[in-house]
Design a protein around this ligand. Structure first.
Ligand code: ATP
Ligand code: MG
Length: 352
């Protein structure tokens, strides 16, 4: 089964063609980074306008790269939330039009659910996820989320905890902005940290032991205060140490809480997802800890950690296999599908 995935929840216009939920035939991501950079954050109105300008071209490119014709597509999967409402509507109305014209099913996907399914994807036709069956503990770490999720079955999610303030990707971005390193901050801090010593500065570890929730804004303040108090921090070597020490603090908290959740619920699998799961220290610390604790670990390929439509197509395939489809050609179902488009859609409400 070939699925066209469409993802426009934030500032990336993405389309992908995925076969049987696993084989990525094409994945096109058009970033709006340059447009929003000068405002220091995403301007929702501009984001939706640019989605509208780009979406047809991005879909065409995805079809070309996959060497597919529209008639080869068996279903369309699209992100219905969480995200910016204007941006979501560009993707969902486009998907609906395709579904109507081709008379193929349309399936709505929760963006966070998509990040989980990024673990299925492969570009070399080798199934890399044979043992990727629930139950598992999922840690989704991105620009907007830090969610610890117990996955009991596909579509059966329980959010154990999430951040009470900033998402972990958000503090990478905010700290990089404060240090004038550029945007997005995650990959830059990751690169700088490789040259630094993580033991040089002892930043706090916000473990929040009585809850599965996270809180990162205090750590952000600690890094900013340290920089203000130590004037030499902006020299290259000190900056490397600062990045390494800050990053270690994030990794320690994320690894410890995720492994603790496995122990508490007697689950032996962890899956990661979201842009921050591309972080090299986080990945190597998870590998080390999971080895020690005999826990199976799944991480998406780096290109599928950040937003992409292939993960949406994959989630769509497995959802369709469970026959929760919405035939857009049926007006009653169409209305129900569009009612599901929700900027603050919650994973717990995902209905398979
Ligand atoms: N190597 C890295 N190390 C740390 N953070 C990273 C790395 N690469 C990307 N990031 C961070 O990942 C975030 C983007 O990830 P993603 O595209 O999944 O988030 P988003 O779509 O903005 O948010 P959400 O998925 O919650 O809606 C940014 O905050 C970016 O700094
Ligand atoms: Mg995302």
């Amino acid at each position: 089964m070939i699925i066209l995935g469409i993802e426009t929840s934030c500032d990336d216009t993405s389309a992908a063609v995925v076969e049987n939920g696993i084989n990525v035939l094409s994945s096109v991501v058009s970033s709006q980074l340059k447009i929003h950079k000068k405002y220091g954050g995403i301007v929702p109105e501009l984001a939706s306008r640019h989605h509208l300008e780009n979406i047809n071209f991005v879909i065409e490119k995805a079809m070309q790269n996959a060497k597919c014709k529209m008639q080869d597509i068996n279903a369309v999967a699209v992100t219905v939330g969480p995200g910016l409402i204007g941006s979501l509507l560009v993707g969902t109305t486009t998907a609906q039009a395709i579904s109507n014209i081709l008379k193929i099913p349309i399936v709505g996907i929760n963006h966070i659910e998509g990040h989980i399914f990024a673990n299925f994807l492969t570009t070399n036709h080798e199934p890399r996820t044979t043992n990727f069956k629930p139950p598992f503990i999922a840690l989704i770490v991105s620009g907007g989320h830090t969610d610890l999720i117990k996955v009991m079955g596909f579509g059966k999610y329980k959010i154990l905890g999430r951040t009470r303030d900033d998402a972990v990707g958000e503090i990478f971005d905010k700290i990089a902005k404060f240090l004038e390193l550029g945007y997005p901050g995650g990959p830059i801090i990751d690169k700088f940290a490789k040259k630094g010593d993580s033991k040089k500065i002892n930043f706090p570890r916000p473990y929040m032991p009585d809850t599965w929730d996270f809180s990162f804004s205090g750590l952000k303040t600690a890094v900013i205060n340290y920089t203000r108090e130590h004037k030499n921090t902006r020299t290259r070597e000190r900056l490397y140490d600062l990045c390494a020490s800050f990053q270690q603090s994030c990794a320690d908290v994320l690894v410890r809480k995720t492994v603790l959740a496995c122990k508490k619920f007697n689950i032996k699998k962890i899956i990661l997802g979201g842009g921050v799961s591309a972080n090299s220290l986080l990945r190597s610390d998870f590998i080390k800890k999971c080895d020690e604790e005999n826990i199976k670990l799944f991480m998406p390929a780096a290109i599928f950690c950040t937003d992409n439509a292939a993960m949406i197509a994959s989630a769509g395939y497995f959802k369709l296999k469970r026959r929760r489809i919405c035939k857009a050609i049926n007006p009653v179902r169409t209305r129900r599908f569009l009612n599901g488009v929700n900027p603050s859609a919650n994973l717990e409400l995902s209905n398979w």
